[in-house]
Write a protein of this length. Structure first.
Length: 147
């Protein structure tokens, strides 16, 4: 079962997936870092609408910071990528696009970074974290212990 979630890929592809995990993990941590100041009330500053439940704001804050760190090491990759796909779709579709922001805009008023993080998450969900990840070590250990 785990091997279906964490497919084995070649070494070259695993290096590429490692680089994607590092870039995306750092990107998510930087995206979530300002939210740490007010983990349950940051939507007052960042969104065109207020009223996101505090618990959801806390989940996003934890996912972007703690999950970004774990993504770098490839731990629970399918979980984090599913959360990030939902997160970035909400940011793009419900926050940035309604404000009239375009894909590439002046002075950071765009959803370009969110789109790149979304695509990195989709790639990692489809391809898995690669051989150089904690997830791959867990799968290998489970396969050896059941054999």
């Amino acid at each position: 079962m785990l091997s279906k979630l964490i497919p084995d890929v070649g070494s070259r592809v695993s290096v590429a997936l490692l680089l994607i995990r590092i870039a995306a993990g750092i990107g998510f941590m930087m995206h979530g870092n300002p939210k740490l100041a007010h983990p349950m009330s940051w939507d007052d500053t960042y969104t065109p609408f207020q009223g996101i439940p505090a618990i959801l704001q806390l989940i996003v804050t934890i996912a972007e910071n703690f999950g970004g760190f774990l993504l770098i090491f490839g731990f629970l990759t399918p979980l984090w990528t599913c959360i990030y796909i939902c997160d970035m779709l909400v940011v793009i579709c419900l926050v940035k696009a309604p404000l009239g922001m375009t894909y590439v805009g002046a002075a950071g008023k765009s959803w370009e970074i969110e789109a790149h993080l979304l695509l990195a998450s989709i790639v990692l969900l489809i391809c898995g974290p690669g051989r150089f990840s904690i997830d791959a070590l867990i799968v290998a250990w489970r396969e050896r212990s059941t054999a």
